[in-house]
Design a protein around this ligand. Structure first.
Ligand code: THG
Length: 266
């Protein structure tokens, strides 16, 4: 299970404020706690809507790379120009790019860029010009379209991470079960590709979100989820990963579980 730490995201008020002040100490601590909790990648999103996203993201990349030279990064922006500007600055490979989708404009801008960076891990969202489909079958169809486009562009199948988009169960009771159906079906159609999701969306609007996130994580792992964008410092998250690894037969002789127990982490 690949963990992508989500805390450095400008949708969070604290992050927006710290970006405005270029508060290095704040961001170095945000990076450190996520690395210590076991993040494989740090997601960086500097989209404050103030018109200097590329400059802010570049500042974050340089800051974090100079303090944590081994950290791998996920560049998270809805603006392809921002990703194009910042990709060349990222030193550690692989670089995760968050994200492409099947909107016409997005494909036209993004695919030529990917030709120049064929080794990135690319997150592919199953949405198109009509938005996020309500039906899970339509999401699977969009994944098929993205699959053709991305492989034609020279992206290796194992570097494609499909994100079938987790949505809040508070607004649609079927949202998570439909997500799981599309996760499974996309994997069946394209077994060499991988899967990822932003898991905490599931609990939006409900109390005690961390409990919902933890069980959603276990269910998605059972359905084959391979990477997750999450707050790794949230109590229960790393425990859920470790325990579900045992229960789904991925932890040979429970060695990982036992060693994590011995380290006092569960
Ligand atoms: N898929 C992909 N990328 C994603 C998402 C996804 N990136 C963004 C998001 N979803 C995952 N990342 C975050 C980062 C921070 C928060 C939630 C998801 C967060 N949210 C607070 C909340 O929801 O209450 C915001 C409030 C605040 O702190 O100000 O912290 O699905 N590919």
């Amino acid at each position: 299970m690949i963990i992508v730490g989500e805390r450095i995201n400008a949708t969070r008020k604290q992050i927006r404020a710290a970006l405005g002040k270029k508060d290095s100490d704040f961001f170095l601590k945000e990076a450190r706690i996520q690395i210590e909790c076991g993040s494989d990648f740090l997601d960086l999103n500097a989209g404050t809507g103030t018109g200097h996203e590329a400059e802010d993201l570049a500042w974050l990349i340089n800051l974090i790379q100079s303090a944590y030279p081994d950290a791998k990064l996920a560049l998270d922006s809805s603006n392809t120009g921002v990703i194009a500007e910042c990709l060349p600055m990222v030193k550690n490979k692989p670089i995760m790019v968050n994200s492409i989708n099947a909107e016409t404009k997005k494909l036209n801008e993004f695919l030529p860029l990917l030709k120049n960076f064929p080794d990135v891990y690319i997150i592919a969202l199953t949405m198109d010009d009509s938005g996020i489909p309500a039906s899970w079958q339509k999401r699977v169809e969009i994944a098929d379209i993205l699959h053709n486009k991305l492989t034609e562009t020279g992206i290796k199948e194992e570097n494609i991470f499909y994100d079938a988009l987790v949505q809040p169960v508070s607004t649609n009771t079927e949202a998570f079960i439909n997500y799981l159906k599309s996760l499974r079906a996309i994997k069946t159609n394209h077994p060499a590709t991988r899967s990822i999701c932003g898991l905490s969306n599931v609990s939006f609007g409900l109390p005690k979100r961390k409990h919902i996130n933890k069980y959603a994580f276990a269910l998605a792992m059972y359905e084959g989820l391979e990477a997750v964008i999450i707050d790794p410092t949230e109590p229960g998250v790393m425990e859920a990963r470790c325990v579900t690894g045992v229960l789904t037969g991925k932890d040979q002789f429970c060695l990982n579980y036992i060693s994590i127990f011995r380290e006092g982490k569960i």
